[in-house]
Design a protein around this ligand. Structure first.
Ligand SMILES: *[C@@H]1O[C@H](CO)[C@@H](O)[C@H](O)[C@H]1NC(C)=O
Length: 425
């Protein structure tokens, strides 16, 4: 059979692409052997605050086997687990793609949902891997109440953690979402959620890993004649002539001398004083726009003498562990399909083959479960209500979201406080 040159070229490029891709780590948690690859750390065990991860597909999924992942299993605990890359990863000169899926099935009220890449230099601390263990990259959602609902992208350089300066919104529903971070040797990055780009830019600009290129000139001074007043008093506005003659109070025009008033005994009758409706206080000229207004003065930008470009910002030369150390008020998040690779196509293919195949069914089951819960709550409400008037009580109960919302509110208060103890910084 004769191949057309175009098809052949296409085939070769696919081969070339596949051959050059390297996947350093991949975990789908669907074999019975996952426990041999993942270790729980002893962090928070002495305080009795250590959580646990369990293999579970959860209450709604597309395919029970395929959708099994590791799920945080105990409320208000620190759940830790980590696994080792077969080889230490030096990303110099290569793309770095980190991806995983997470399903906050419990309707996460307050807690982390992020993954950490930890350097080999932390190897001796992995027994107690936790919030204080130095890491290289922290990536993924973090949710607490309504105030914190973001995707963290933190890089550690020279022992300092640098947070992304942009706000990336995390998914907050109860379905599986795929989070992807791509970092490139040209010092650019992308963040994808469900394989769609949600943020991108330059490592130099969107973190403070190097001092900024431009700064406001610290020696610049505001010129003396710089007018920053937006409004001035109208010089043409004049005080009306009789303005000062208007008294603040006047004798009450409606007061009448009591009939039994006795001038000899009681003295001359005078009406009580009341506020004068005509009185308008001190006169002030009208405000008008200042014709000389120049806007707020700002120092001009100059090249920052401290600025030194770092072409190696993207590079991490000793990545060795993938780990989770998460504090959650309500547990139940399921993590799955973790990949660390140098080729986005590999990550995309994994997402396509897993989440891409099961998401529709997962959502269908989710919708059904929620509908059943609603019906059960309706029936419970009806059963507990007395006849006729009782319906009203049932309705109130419905609005409360089957009591779920109330739990949430309670937890949230607690969570905000404890959540501030996040120690990823
Ligand atoms: C993943 O699926 C999308 C949508 O069907 C497709 O465009 C893309 O080429 C797929 N990627 C891979 C690597 O299979």
């Amino acid at each position: 059979m004769k191949r057309s040159p175009v098809a052949l070229a296409g085939l070769l490029s696919v081969l070339a692409c596949t051959a050059s891709a390297t996947t350093y780590f991949k975990e789908t948690f669907d074999s019975a052997t996952w426990e041999s690859r993942w270790k729980k750390s002893s962090w928070k065990e002495p305080e009795g605050a250590a959580g646990e991860f369990k293999l579970n597909a959860g209450k709604w999924y597309g395919d029970e086997e395929m959708d099994k992942g590791i799920q945080t299993a105990i409320d208000s605990r620190f759940s830790t687990i980590y696994s080792e890359l077969p080889q230490t990863l030096d990303t110099t000169g290569k793309d770095l793609v980190v991806q995983f899926s997470v399903k906050h099935e419990q309707d996460l009220d307050c807690g982390g949902g992020y993954l950490k890449l930890v350097p080999e230099s932390s190897a001796s601390q992995m027994e107690t891997f936790g919030g204080e263990t130095p890491y290289s990259i922290m990536f993924g959602p973090d949710i607490c109440g309504f105030s914190t609902r973001k995707v963290h992208v933190i890089f550690t350089k020279d022992g300092k953690n640098h947070l992304i300066k942009k706000d990336i919104k995390a998914e907050t529903d109860q379905l599986t979402h795929v989070y992807t971070l791509i970092v490139k040797p040209d010092n650019t990055y992308k963040v994808l959620i469900d394989l769609k780009e949600v943020e991108s830019g330059s490592l130099e600009e969107d973190w403070d890993m190097v001092p900024p290129k431009k700064i406001k000139d610290p020696n610049a001074k505001k010129p003396e004649d710089w007018d920053e007043e937006e409004e001035i008093e109208d010089p043409n506005d004049k005080k009306p002539e009789n303005w000062d003659k208007i008294e603040p109070t006047i004798p009450d025009p409606n007061a009448k001398k009591p009939e039994d008033w006795n001038e000899e005994e009681d003295g001359a009758w005078e009406p009580p004083m009341v506020p004068n409706p005509e009185f308008q206080g001190a006169w002030k000229a009208k405000k008008i726009k200042n014709p000389n207004y120049k806007g707020k003065w700002e120092a001009p930008e100059i090249d920052n003498p401290e600025y030194k470009p770092n072409p190696q910002l993207y590079a991490f030369n000793d990545l060795k562990f993938v780990g989770f150390e998460l504090w959650q008020v309500k547990s139940g998040s399921i993590f799955d399909n973790i990949i660390v690779t140098d080729d986005f196509k590999e990550a995309e293919e994994l997402a396509n083959e897993t989440w891409g195949k099961t998401k529709v069914q997962e959502k269908a089951v989710f919708t059904k479960v929620k509908e059943e819960e609603r019906q059960a709550a309706d029936e419970a409400a009806k059963a507990s209500g007395t006849d006729g008037e009782g319906d009203e009580m049932g309705d109130d109960y419905d609005e409360g979201g089957y009591g779920e919302d109330m739990d949430e509110d309670m937890d949230e208060g607690e969570g905000e406080e404890e959540g501030s103890g996040h120690d990823e910084l």
